[in-house]
Design a protein around this ligand. Structure first.
Ligand SMILES: Cc1cc2nc3c(=O)[nH]c(=O)nc-3n(C[C@H](O)[C@H](O)[C@H](O)COP(=O)(O)OP(=O)(O)OC[C@H]3O[C@@H](n4cnc5c(N)ncnc54)[C@H](O)[C@@H]3O)c2cc1C
Ligand code: SF4
Length: 329
C-alpha cells in the first residue's frame, strides 16, 4: 500500500475542510470495508495523498423520524439499519437490503454512506498491482472499455454508455424504490440529489470537495408490501448478479401503488416505470406480473455474455409483484 497522510476528522467540518484542502487527492474512510481493499490492491491510477477517517465524527449515524419521513446519517452502520425497528416498520425494503450486504462482520462496520459511494467491482478495473495490474481502461482515462469485447458476464445489460460496470450497492436499489434523496455537503453548504440521479456513467454526483452527509426518505402512506430480492452466485458474502426492490400497495385485490427498482443491471439503480404504470389500477395476477416483468427489461441491450441477467431480472420482478418472496427472519 502506498503511504498517505491520515487525518482523524472530529467534526463534519474537519472532514469537509480536509476534502477542500486536498481537492480530489483525499479519500474518506468510513467502515473501510471497501476502501482498504482498494488501497491494498493498488489499482487506482493515482493513490490518495490523504485518507480522512470519518468514523470519529459523532452524531452522523442517527436514524431520525419526523412528520415528513426518515433521515439517516451517512455513518449509520448497515447492521443497525437491518435491525432498527424504525426502519423495519416504515421502510422494510431498506432493512432487507442492508441485511443482504456481505457478512455480519462487514455489516457491523460498513456504513450506508460507504455503501452508496463504494467503488465499482469490474474485474478489469480492479485488477490488483501485485499480480500485474493496474490495467488501464476507459474509466481510468486511457483506452477502450475492456468489458465490451472481453468477459462481460457481470456487467450492465442496460443504461451503459461508456463504462459498463454496474452499481454494486444493495442499499441504493432499496433507496431508489423509496424515492430517497441524498444530502451532499461541502464547506459552502448542502444540496440534495435523488438516489436515481446520483450515479453517472463514470463515477457519481460528488465533486472533489463533497461528501454524503445523510439520506432522506419520505413517508410512504398506507400499508405496503415491501421486498428486496437478490440473486447471487454464492449463498452468502456475494454481490448481486441482479436485485429488485419493490414497494407495492394492494387494496381489495387492486394494486394502488407500485415502485419497482432494478439493481446490478446498469451503472445506476433503475426504476421500472413502465412496469409500475402497467400494474397500478389492475388486479394482480400471473399474466399481469409476467407482462410487467417483460416491460421492466424492455430496454435491455445485453453484451456478448450477460443476456442471462435479463431473464433473472424478469423472474425477480415477477416474483416481487406476485409477493412470492422468502419469509423474513
Ligand atoms: C467481502 C465483501 C463483500 C461485500 N458484499 C457486498 C454486498 O453484498 N453488497 C454491497 O452493496 N456491498 C458489498 N460490499 C462492498 C462494501 O464494502 C460495502 O457495501 C460497505 O457498505 C461499504 O461501506 P464502508 O463504510 O465500509 O465504506 P468505505 O470502505 O469506508 O468507503 C467506500 C467508499 O466510499 C467513500 N465514502 C465513504 N463514506 C462516504 C461519505 N459519507 N461520503 C462520500 N464518500 C464516502 C470512501 O471514500 C470510499 O471510496 C462487500 C465488500 C466486501 C469486502
Ligand atoms: S466496464 Fe468500466 S471499469 Fe470495466 S473495463 Fe469497461 S470502462 Fe473499465
Amino acid at each position: 500500500m502506498r503511504s498517505f497522510i491520515h487525518i482523524n476528522a472530529r467534526t463534519l467540518n474537519d472532514a469537509l475542510r480536509a476534502l477542500a484542502e486536498y481537492n480530489g487527492k483525499a479519500r474518506l474512510n468510513a467502515g473501510g470495508t471497501d476502501l482498504i481493499g482498494v488501497l491494498k490492491d493498488g489499482f487506482l491510477t493515482e493513490a490518495p495523498k490523504a485518507v480522512v477517517n470519518i468514523k470519529t465524527i459523532p452524531d452522523l449515524d442517527g436514524v431520525d423520524k419526523d412528520e415528513g419521513g426518515l433521515k439517516i446519517g451517512a455513518l449509520a452502520r448497515l447492521s443497525d439499519l437491518a435491525n432498527s425497528p424504525t426502519i423495519k416498520g416504515g421502510c422494510r425494503v431498506l432493512a432487507e437490503a442492508a441485511r443482504a450486504v456481505g457478512s455480519p462482520q462487514i455489516r457491523n462496520v460498513a456504513t450506508i454512506g460507504g455503501n452508496l459511494c463504494q467503488d465499482i467491482r469490474c474485474w478489469y478495473y480492479r485488477y490488483p498491482r501485485h499480480i500485474g495490474g493496474p490495467i488501464q481502461c476507459l474509466r481510468k482515462g486511457s483506452g477502450p472499455c475492456l468489458a465490451v469485447k472481453g468477459d462481460n458476464r457481470y456487467h450492465a445489460v442496460m443504461g451503459g454508455k461508456k463504462c459498463f460496470a454496474v452499481c454494486p450497492s444493495d442499499t441504493a436499489v432499496a433507496l431508489a424504490a423509496l424515492n430517497a434523496q441524498i444530502i451532499i455537503a461541502d464547506v459552502k453548504g448542502e444540496r440534495k440529489v435523488a438516489v436515481t440521479e446520483f450515479y453517472h456513467p463514470i463515477g457519481n454526483e460528488l465533486q472533489n470537495t463533497e461528501m454524503v452527509k445523510a439520506i432522506e426518505i419520505p413517508d410512504i402512506p398506507g400499508e405496503t408490501r415491501q421486498a428486496f430480492l437478490k440473486f447471487t452466485l454464492r449463498e452468502s458474502i456475494d454481490f448481486a448478479i441482479v436485485s429488485v426492490a419493490s414497494i407495492i400497495a394492494v387494496e381489495n385485490g387492486i394494486c394502488t401503488d407500485a415502485r419497482i427498482a432494478l439493481g446490478a443491471v446498469a451503472p445506476s439503480p433503475i426504476r421500472a416505470k413502465t412496469a409500475e404504470k402497467l400494474i397500478v389500477g389492475q388486479p394482480i395476477d400471473k399474466d399481469l406480473a409476467h407482462e410487467a416483468a417483460r416491460l421492466a427489461l424492455e430496454k435491455a441491450r445485453p453484451l456478448s455474455r450477460n443476456a442471462y441477467k435479463v431473464e433473472i431480472a424478469q423472474t425477480l420482478v415477477e416474483r416481487a409483484i406476485l409477493g412470492q418472496v422468502p419469509a423474513n427472519p
